[in-house]
Design a protein around this ligand. Sequence first.
Ligand code: SF4
Length: 291
Amino acid sequence: MTSLKIFNPINKMKINVAVSAGFCFGVKRAIDIAYKTLRTKNKVYMLGDIVHNEDITKEMDKAGVKKINRLVRVKNKILLIRAHGASKKTFQRAKSLGYTIVDATCPMVKEIHKIAIINEQKDYKIIIIGDNKHDEVRGIIGHLKNKTIVIDSNKKIPLKRIKKIKKAAVVVQSTQNFEKIQIIVDTLQKHIEDLRFFNTICKPTRTKQQELKIMPLKNAVMIIIGSKTSANTKRLYEISKLFNKRSYWVQSKDKVKTRWFKNARSIGITAGASTPSSTTKEVIKYIRKIT
Ligand code: SF4
């Protein structure tokens, strides 16, 4: 008996992966520093997760980087400062409690600290556009002497306070969406006489966001890969959704649904700055299988 193999030349589904998909420079660097530090055989501790991604957190834990929620007195332990950075107080407290500090703060986050500190010394009120609860924003605040104003949305601008300010310098959380901050800065400009604006959105974020202004228009379906706890993945999804309603945010291949790809000729894929390439590869492999 012979068997018939059916080939389908009509299936021309294309998968286009964003050049910038996945780990950004700062996250890669922090993970490399963590592994290098582990080679010293000392215990390595970290306040919180190294990145907002469950797979990487588990991997790090297995390798020996332990997450802690607060600092306690120790001997011969290393505290790894994450890519988001930390407040000055955290550095000082850790040292006083006996930790050796390994600082993996992303250089682009350090640059934001520097800009904010210099402008504060020149008597500018510091305004941060970003998420008040995010560690990066808490870290920036923690390097300043005076009270800062944090604005997360153009709907929540504290106009009463803003109107009293004569001189202000604005810095931005590195992963913010430029369109959103522009609206906020436009409003601030109307009320503050001497306003300095530093667009501190980092280069990897700009590249990712730029790609997302083109890819959703060129692909029938967009898949954004990253943890639901990742703020930068959330923003990528929001931008993609603005340009293409068929945008979906998945954490892993298990969340991908076949029905999303009905009649789709091309699929665009990107991944957040904390998404490992292994997860992206798995999702792509799975999409190829089901389409
Ligand atoms: S998102 Fe930007 S600032 Fe944040 S760690 Fe990555 S490269 Fe650094």
